[in-house]
Structure formats: C-alpha cells, structure tokens
Write a protein that binds this ligand. Structure first.
Ligand code: FES
Ligand SMILES: [Fe+2]
Length: 383
C-alpha cells in the first residue's frame, strides 16, 4: 500500500456500513511477519531512537494542556526532562528542564506560574525560559544572563498541538512532516478543545507494542469485554493513510442500525476515528472529545511511557457539564491502565523471551502493519 491513499473524509460512512453488512474489515494485502528482534534487540532499539525519536518532530502536549500564559506541564521523553511552557506572550515553548546554574530540575507536574524558581539556589526563570533572577547576584557579575536561560528546543504550535524536536540545534518543519495529515487534523479544531484530565503511566512494553494496541479494535472483546468493549463492533474498521499517518474508522454498535437502514448517520455516536502519527501521537475521538495518547520509548527496549490526556470539545460552562466531562473520561483511562497495560506487559515477556521467531500481523490489522512499515521506512531512509 502507498503512503497516501485518496481518502475523502466522509466516505467512512458508506465504507463502514458495507463492512458491517459483510461482517468484515479493511484488509492489508498480506500477512506481515515482524521479527521478535524488532521489539527486543538493543541495537535495533538504539537505531529507532537515533533515527526516529531524536530526529523527527514529536508531539509535546496538546494546546489545551497549557492554554494560558504561564501554564506549564513537565514530561520525561527518552532521557530528557521537558518543561513545556506557555510564555507571557502566549508562545508555547519546549524547554530542557535543567537549571543552567548547576543542573537541578526546575519544575515538576503541571501548573501556572510567571516564574520558575530553581529549588536548589533559587535562580528564577520566566515562563519563556529567560533567566530573570539570581539570589546573591554579585557572585555572578560576569554572567551573560541572555545566554543563561533554559535551553529551548525547536518548537511550533499547529492544529491544536505543540510539536518539537529533541535536538536543540535542529529545525522543525511540521507541515513537511505532517503532509496531508495536517488537513485531516485541521478538520477537528483541536485547538479549541479543553483539558479534562492527564494520566501518566510507565510500564513494561516495547513502544511499538504499545502503539499497536491503539491501531486495531481486534482486541476489544477480549481485553475490554467487560468495560468499553461492549460499545464497539470489534475488528470492523476502515483504514486510510495520510502520508504515513493512519486513520481507522472504527464501528461503534450504533453504526449497525445505520448500516441496516434503521437510523440516520451520527458520526459522533456511531463511529470513532482513531489516528496514529509516526512515531508518538495517537488520537481516539469520542462523542465528547478526544483521547490524546502520547507514546514514547525509554532507553530500555522493554519500557514505555504513555501520557493520556482527555480533551473535551469545549470548556464546560456549568458544574454539571464539568462533572459529565470528568465522568466520561474515567472509563477510557481505566481501560488503558487496568486492561491494556497489564496485557501489554505479558506481550513484553512473550516478545522478549519467545522462541517463535516473529510476531504475525494479520491482514485485518492494517494499522499495526502500518506502524511497522513507517518505522522501517524511517530506519531505511534517515541516515
Ligand atoms: S542549580 Fe538551580 S539555582 Fe543552583
Ligand atoms: Fe485497548
């Protein structure tokens, strides 16, 4: 399959109806075999980090996570602590969270502040990372404060997300990186969404194993059978590519009524569009908003970090709306934490310890196949 298929946004309705009536799903041309070493070989993992994660634009946070000047959130990505902050002028910046005095971590968690004071000796940095205060300043008279701010990583904000690259001396061209996926993101207006809740997890799994779990609905009856699985017609989805990013049009149970001619089409309640943008961003659209799932490796091929940010389509205007947003976000986060993650941890053992040579990715798992295709493509071309 090529990286760009012509994918009219709203043809999902007809195609998904036909798939439901036929009891099938969009298929890849053939079964894929993924060598187990692709998940566990330290040299292969180091190559993925070097050629993909240290080079390519990554996604730091949704705009909605830090909507106002002074808002910040801290994340570990690979071997870096990042302070993702919105400056007083409204510009979002991804900063290395290391004090330029003697290296202490400046910030933790999330919040809103005009100044980040280092916990070690009190050096103060504003929300744009500029050094603005030194206790006992006479000890540092020769210091050029203009060059002693927090290190800025190349950052750009677009389509409701803050994108960056880990190389401070690199550049970022997000339009070139997104290609036709930019227009697909634009349709949603994610920059207007509102943050409900954030969950950080770190667990035993290869990062690709984790992305795989968000690239098919095949596992829903087994892993999520007693929770969110009941709302999904599993293993039934359209599949489209946007310059390497993919979109699954997953069928929710109400879609059967439409497919059988008994209900009007309701895109919010009958389908869920799931996206993956290589390497780290997954989006799962819901009737109320979107789950932003950020997946990054650690330096250990068998450990993954996952940040789950639930966004609502707009800020609640009443306490009741706030309560609904919070109640709706809980099952999705719980399904990941209590159901996906324990399952992925068992995959981690099987992929690390197994003697079966390769994982077998079915024709019915085109999203999973695309993950491996895109990773391999970057390993082959990013030299
Ligand atoms: S390490 Fe931050 S003020 Fe000394
Ligand atoms: Fe799942």
């Amino acid at each position: 399959m090529s990286d760009t298929q012509t994918a009219a946004p709203f043809d999902v309705r007809e195609r998904l109806s036909a798939l439901i009536l036929a009891g099938t799903t969009d298929m890849a041309p053939s079964v894929m075999k993924v060598p187990l070493d692709n998940y566990r070989d330290p040299a292969r993992h180091a190559e993925e980090i070097d050629k993909i994660f240290r080079r390519q634009p990554l996604q730091a946070a949704p705009t909605a996570a830090i909507p106002n000047p002074g808002d910040f959130t801290v994340r570990d990505i690979l071997d870096r602590s990042l302070l993702i902050s919105r400056g007083a002028d409204g510009t979002a910046q991804v900063l290395l969270n290391y004090c330029t005095h003697r290296g202490a971590l400046i910030a933790e968690g999330e919040g809103c502040t005009k100044r980040h004071a280092c916990p070690y000796h009190g050096w103060a940095f504003d929300s744009g990372g500029t050094l603005v205060g030194i206790p006992g300043a006479e000890g540092f008279e020769e210091l050029d404060r203009d060059t002693a701010g927090l290190v800025k990583l190349p950052t750009v904000e677009a389509y409701g997300f803050i994108w960056f690259t880990l190389d401070p001396n690199g550049t970022i061209d997000i339009e070139a990186d997104l290609g036709s996926f930019g227009a697909e993101l634009e349709r949603w207006g994610y920059d207007k969404f509102w943050k409900v809740a954030v969950m950080d997890l770190e667990f035993d799994a290869n990062w690709k194993t984790t992305v795989e779990a968000f690239s098919e609905t095949y596992h829903f009856p087994y892993v999520h059978g007693s929770s969110i699985g009941g709302g999904v017609i599993s293993n039934t989805a359209t599949f489209d590519l946007f310059d390497g990013a993919h979109r699954l049009g997953a069928a929710l149970v109400g879609m059967r009524d439409h497919a059988e001619g008994n209900a009007e089409f309701d895109p919010d309640w009958q389908t869920s569009l799931l996206y993956w943008k290589c390497p780290d961003l997954m989006l799962a659209n819901t009737p109320f908003g979107v789950e932003v799932v950020q997946i990054t490796p650690t330096l250990d091929p068998g450990r993954t970090r996952l940040r789950h940010t639930m966004l609502a389509k707009s800020a609640p205007t009443t306490d009741e709306e706030l309560e609904i947003a919070e109640v709706m976000s809980t099952p999705a986060a719980d399904a990941i934490r209590l159901e996906d993650v324990p399952t992925l941890a068992t995959c981690a053992r099987g992929l690390a310890e197994g003697e079966h040579g390769h994982a077998t990715i079915g024709r019915n798992e085109p999203g999973v196949q695309n993950v491996h295709n895109q990773v391999q493509k970057r390993l082959d071309t990013n030299n």
